[in-house]
Design a protein around this ligand. Structure first.
Ligand code: OAD
Length: 238
């Protein structure tokens, strides 16, 4: 039998139990830093070192954190389902947990790109980017991150993935940031959809999602139980 396709949209909350701060919770990153200063092209133009330092710290943190049960269970789902992860996160914890299909909507910490050509991308692991580090053509490197005000190049690809979902799951995102949050509009009207988050999240467009009001790790455990039960019910009914 063909494996069902589970599409999972994740945000900062999936990595919270690994020790990475979310953005909008109290004590989140956007309480300590101004979005304009560190996550816009204007902020980079004004003070590139401040922006490089911000992402250098986030990148270095990758050496100190590990995937949590939420990431690991999503990776293990691949034995029974085709699983596509669409993440707004810039960490590499889904990959490190073993997920094989991961689309990063907002870029990746472990990559740098040329300031003159966003298609010139380099793997840098957890190394810092400093002023004076350049691409092969001599232009300053910047983090491979989609900043506010920049287009999200992977959106169309992400929309197609969401449209092909047999089961759709949202984990750990406040659904505040567009266009990423708008992906929920591409879910088929009969596609079972779930949202895992310890807080109540308002799903745009009044869409109806089954709410699992838990942290990512215990929430994914509950999700798997629900999926097993619905699979058993389907088998019983023919
Ligand atoms: P937010 O900080 O806006 O939302 C995090 C969500 O995770 C909230 O709904 C929390 O309730 C939830 N959460 C907290 N702890 C959790 C846990 N242990 N398990 C599950 N959920 C938990 O982060 P995002 O929605 O990911 O973009 O933010 C979206 C984008 O805004 C980011 O990609 C980033 C940011 O500005 C850019 O920088 C371009």
């Amino acid at each position: 039998m063909k494996k069902k396709h589970i599409v999972v949209l994740t945000g900062a909350g999936i990595s919270a139990e690994s020790g990475i701060s979310t953005f909008r919770d109290s004590d989140g990153l956007w309480e300590k830093h101004s979005v304009k200063d560190v996550a816009t092209p204007e902020g980079f133009e004004e003070n590139p070192k401040r922006v490089l330092d911000f992402y250098n710290q986030r990148r270095a943190q990758l050496n100190e954190v590990e995937p949590n049960q939420g990431h690991t269970l999503l990776a293990q789902l691949e034995t029974e389902y085709n699983v596509s992860i669409i993440t707004q996160n810039i960490d590499n914890l889904h990959e490190r947990a073993g997920s094989t299909v991961v689309l990063h909507l907002h870029g990746e910490l472990t990559k740098a790109q040329s300031t003159k050509n966003r298609h010139l991308i380099y793997d840098i692991g957890t190394n810092a980017i400093d002023i004076g580090d350049t691409c092969d053509y001599g232009s300053q490197l910047r983090p491979h991150i989609v900043w506010f005000g920049e287009p999200v190049p992977e959106m169309e690809h992400a929309q197609k993935i969401v449209q092909s979902a047999d089961i759709f799951v949202v984990i750990g995102t406040s659904l505040n940031v567009y266009p990423a949050a708008g992906l929920v509009a591409y879910v088929g009207s009969n596609t079972p959809s779930y949202i895992i988050d310890p807080k109540q999240v308002e799903v745009p467009y009044n869409l109806s999602f089954t709410v699992i009001q838990k942290k990512a790790s215990s929430g994914v455990v509950e999700l798997i139980e629900i999926l097993k039960k619905s699979h058993a019910d389907e088998s019983k009914n023919g």
